[in-house]
Design a protein around this ligand. Structure first.
Ligand code: PLP
Length: 390
């Protein structure tokens, strides 16, 4: 909380959880109903069915009362066996956390090193697969949109590398900070398990985790031997048909999800994706205009949902964030892992209008000035130009 009295709404510009739209907040406040009753079954069937187009799948979606980390674990324990080799790409902090979780589950994880400024490279994957003629690698794990760096990985090209090598490894993709904000096609891109959460593009509070399941993942599930109980997909596979959960579901979050899906449908998914891309371009224009550096070093890999900004040597990004929170009641994302203190992150995902983003960028610009960094005011103007040209 700010030390100044707030005279308006807090600006939650971390890259998730995101600002929750008012209609979603109102839906969350409805009385909780019997989760074994007919009204709940209808709600559960409806939300799980309507999630399909957001994931780009016609297959089953397992929905957990969990954070994204739980959905990571679910993807692994349902498809793999103790000691299985898993290939991970070190794209940033979340890729490393997923790798560490896999190790704790007893998997044999190989990490492809990365510089946290580029996405997973299809040529590197192809080269690694070429050295695995015995198919010891059982799964490839990739974070679609690295929330710690603002760098994306090219999911269709990574799939192509697997196909061209005729390698049977499962393809597991984390879309926690891209789903519902950027184009994503679970079926068409040949992803076996897609991992997601509620608190970013889906505009909900934290508390729901998702696995979208492809046919090869369901086949692997039959013989996978990692211990699984709470995370087992089995009792969740027919939610779309019967609307049943094996335990108490997060009923009120499902009310919110129903309304969030209405909002996405009313705007249209292609329009939602175009808005995110436009806001990302405007944010990058501002950052460069201020004389700062966008962390993502590959122009093909810029995230549509957040921008990580590298501060010049000797400037403390956390001190800047503290100034922005204190003076303008806006939360910016911190630098994670090895980026701590060196970057700040601007979240531009979920419910966001041009004017809201303009306000957020104005807050960063004023914060930079207050913090003693001579940010060129041309930064904000450049962002406004990008938004008004579109
Ligand atoms: N994966 C990505 C890309 C994330 O951004 C996050 C959280 O921010 C997670 C996984 C972990 O999700 P959670 O914090 O909901 O457990």
């Amino acid at each position: 909380a700010s030390s100044l009295p707030s005279t308006g709404r807090h600006f939650l510009q971390i890259p998730g959880p995101t600002n929750v739209p008012d209609p979603v907040l109102r839906a969350l406040a409805a009385p909780t109903i019997d989760h074994r009753g007919p009204a709940f079954a209808e709600l559960a069937r409806r939300v799980v069915t309507r999630l399909g187009p957001v994931f780009g799948t016609t297959g089953p979606i397992a929905l957990y009362p969990s954070s994204g980390t739980g959905a990571w674990e679910a993807a692994l324990v349902n498809t793999l066996s103790p000691g299985d080799r898993v290939l991970c790409f070190e794209t940033g902090h979340f890729a490393v956390l997923w790798q560490e979780l896999a190790e704790r589950l007893g998997l044999d994880v190989e990490l492809v090193p990365g510089d946290w400024r580029h996405g997973a490279d299809p040529a590197t994957l192809a080269a690694r697969l070429a050295h695995d003629p015995q198919h010891r690698i059982k799964a490839v794990c990739v974070v679609h949109n690295e929330t710690s760096t603002g760098v994306t990985s090219p999911v269709p090209l990574l799939r192509r590398a697997l196909d061209e090598a005729a390698h049977p490894a499962l393809f597991l993709v984390d879309t926690v900070s891209s789903l519902g904000s950027t184009d994503y096609r679970h079926d068409e891109w040949g992803v076996d398990v897609t991992v997601a959460g509620s608190q970013k593009g889906l505009m909900l509070p934290p508390g729901l985790g998702f696995n979208a399941l492809g046919p090869r993942a369901l086949e692997a599930h039959r013989t996978a031997r990692l211990p699984r109980a709470y995370w087992d997909w089995d009792p969740l596979l027919d939610t779309a048909e019967h609307g049943r959960f094996p335990y108490t579901p997060a009923t009120n979050l499902l009310y919110g999800l129903d309304v969030a899906l209405d909002l996405l449908a009313a705007e249209g998914l292609p329009q939602v994706f175009a808005r995110h891309a436009r806001h990302a371009a405007a944010t990058r224009a501002a950052v460069r205009g201020w004389g700062l550096t966008v962390l993502c070093a590959d122009p093909r890999a810029h995230s549509s949902t957040l921008t990580a900004v590298l501060m010049p040597d000797g400037q403390d990004a956390d001190a800047l964030r503290a100034t922005v929170l204190d003076r303008y009641d806006m939360s910016l994302g911190n630098g994670l892992g090895r980026l701590a203190g060196r970057v700040f992150r601007i979240g531009h995902l979920g419910q966001l209008s041009d004017l809201h983003l303009a306000g957020a960028l104005a807050g960063v610009q004023m914060g930079l000035a207050a913090h003693g960094f001579p940010a060129d005011p041309a930064g904000l103007t450049a962002a406004l130009d990008v938004m008004s040209a579109a």
